[in-house]
Write a protein that binds this ligand. Structure first.
Ligand SMILES: Cc1cc2nc3c(=O)[nH]c(=O)nc-3n(C[C@H](O)[C@H](O)[C@H](O)COP(=O)(O)OP(=O)(O)OC[C@H]3O[C@@H](n4cnc5c(N)ncnc54)[C@H](O)[C@@H]3O)c2cc1C
Length: 467
């Protein structure tokens, strides 16, 4: 048993934890970084980065398939080899985090490999090491794939996102449980590389948390690409005969496939972190935080010396959220001025083709919040750029306005560059730019983002029935 004292102990080196640990160490604080798996977290090794490499490759294939009728002939022969190789060589270093660990220790931090548990206020135990934190503990433990209690599933060689990212071959057929962002992104990739893909989704559409139009459009696109989308469907039982999975749905239908990927959501284990020892409720799935990322104790007051960031705060499971919250913690610990956390303009992008970007409130959420709502949409194909683009021009811009305040409170941007077009809508919602000012702006011709100006024009039209 060894004991050591630090200014700050960071438990979980996801994107935000790594940032906090590195920046504070770089400022001369004594920092311990504790990581049980890989420094950098889910995003670089099994999440954002490798999945977007896969998507980039799948999109290249599809662009090639769009050549006939527009630019000649094409013969597309997909090869997963370069994708699997690139993920190993460029994204994950074959799932080795030595470069990231060296970067942190090079900044002056001390790294501990192992699972950290809060054993007392300002004290973390990692195996035989007891780490004390003079200033406090920063928790960034992230989430793990959730596995539903479906009859027969446990014990079968099902995939999670981690196995899918590590795949060296494309399966002939793939069943996906869950039509959320991970399921649809990876499902489209494997389909584009030739797998027969079936997506089983309990809700009545894909991407159930997005605007209904987004999930419905994606369902249509997937149908055209040959993905079998089963919405309103629940997996009742799973069996694996050594070669093949059979998923039996609640209505008795059966789906067979070589592989089964489970991506129904994410799981957290709060009691295992020891937060109750700092008076923080560990009975839920997320840890309540205040606007400076301090954990809230059961009574609501902040727990002194415990900051929490990332997926586990429940404010959006995104790398950009983890890093946004990390900046607030860094400023708090360094005593620098910084705004408090606000979540009215959180951007989200699902990197399917079309990309599904959204920010702020959906139309339904805005109405539920009691706002005076007007919502309009404009199709990408109706814009000059969308019409020119032709093949692959599915998409729309939807605006949700609070007519009392004259500002946008939410928006969706779906299309070939939906995630990029989203940036201006994020700014509009974030800064509450008056709709009037947005309509007076100049939009470059012929960009995809001109669809925003077309939607704004509709917002200004006197069509009460549309809102
Ligand atoms: C397939 C996929 C695609 C994704 N794509 C995107 C995307 O395009 N854009 C985006 O913004 N987000 C994406 N995400 C989400 C993104 O990966 C996460 O939101 C992001 O990693 C931030 O998570 P986090 O900071 O909470 O921590 P994580 O990245 O989950 O990291 C937490 C780390 O803490 C470690 N840990 C946990 N408990 C302990 C402990 N007690 N002691 C020591 N170590 C511990 C874990 O091993 C882990 O390494 C994707 C996720 C998946 C699965």
């Amino acid at each position: 048993m060894s004991e050591a004292e630090f200014d700050v102990v960071v438990v979980g080196m996801g994107p935000g934890g790594e940032q906090v640990a590195g920046v504070l160490a770089g400022h001369g604080l004594a920092v311990a970084g504790v990581e049980s798996r890989l420094t950098g977290g889910e995003c670089p090794y099994w999440g954002c980065v490798p999945s977007k490499m896969m998507i980039r490759a799948g999109n290249l294939l599809t662009e090639g398939r769009r050549i006939p009728g527009m630019a000649g002939e094409s013969v597309i022969t997909p090869d997963w080899g370069p994708v699997a190789k690139r993920i190993r060589a460029e994204a994950t270093d074959n799932w080795d985090d030595q470069v990231a660990v060296d970067r942190f220790t090079g900044q002056g931090g001390r790294f501990f490999r192992g699972f950290g548990v809060i054993t007392a206020p300002r004290e973390v135990t990692v195996g035989e090491d007891v780490l004390r934190a003079r200033r406090g503990i920063v928790l960034n433990p992230g989430t793990a794939p959730a596995i539903p209690p479906v009859d027969g599933l446990a014990g079968t060689p099902y995939w999670t996102n981690r196995d899918a990212i590590e795949a060296e071959q494309v399966p002939e057929s793939l069943i996906i449980l869950g039509g959320g962002p991970i399921g649809v992104e990876l499902g489209q990739v494997f389909r584009r590389f030739g797998a027969a893909v079936t997506i089983i989704e309990m809700a009545d559409r894909l991407l159930a948390v997005e605007e209904p139009e987004s999930g419905e459009l994606l369902g249509q696109v997937f149908g055209r690409e040959g993905i079998d989308v089963r919405t309103g469907a629940t997996a009742a039982a799973v069996a694996h005969d050594g070669h093949e999975f059979t998923v039996t749905l609640a209505d008795g239908a059966r789906v067979r496939g070589e592989r089964l990927m489970v991506c129904i959501g994410r799981h957290t284990d709060l009691p295992g972190l020891g937060i109750a020892r700092m008076g923080v409720d560990d009975s839920g799935m997320t840890i309540a935080v205040d606007t400076r990322m301090r954990a809230r104790q059961a009574g609501g007051e902040p727990a002194e010396g415990l900051w929490v960031i990332g997926d586990i705060t429940g404010h959006g499971a995104f790398t950009h959220m983890s890093m946004y919250q990390a900046d607030i913690v860094i400023a708090g610990i360094l005593g620098r001025p910084h705004h408090e956390a606000e979540y009215h303009a959180v951007p989200r992008v699902t990197y399917t083709d079309p990309e599904i970007g959204s920010v702020g409130l959906s139309e339904a959420a805005a109405r539920e919040a009691g706002l005076s709502v007007r919502a309009v949409s404009s199709p990408v194909a109706g814009s000059a750029r969308g019409w020119i683009h032709k093949a692959g021009n599915d998409g729309f811009v939807k605006l949700v306005a609070d007519t009392d305040r004259g500002v946008l409170v939410g928006a969706s941007s779906v299309g070939p560059t939906g995630g990029e077009v989203l940036s201006m809508l994020t700014l509009a919602v974030h800064a509450a730019i008056p709709v009037q000012r947005l309509t007076e702006m100049i939009y470059a011709y012929p960009t995809f983002h001109r669809t925003v100006s077309e939607a704004l024009a509709r917002l200004g039209e006197d069509k009460p029935g549309e809102g």
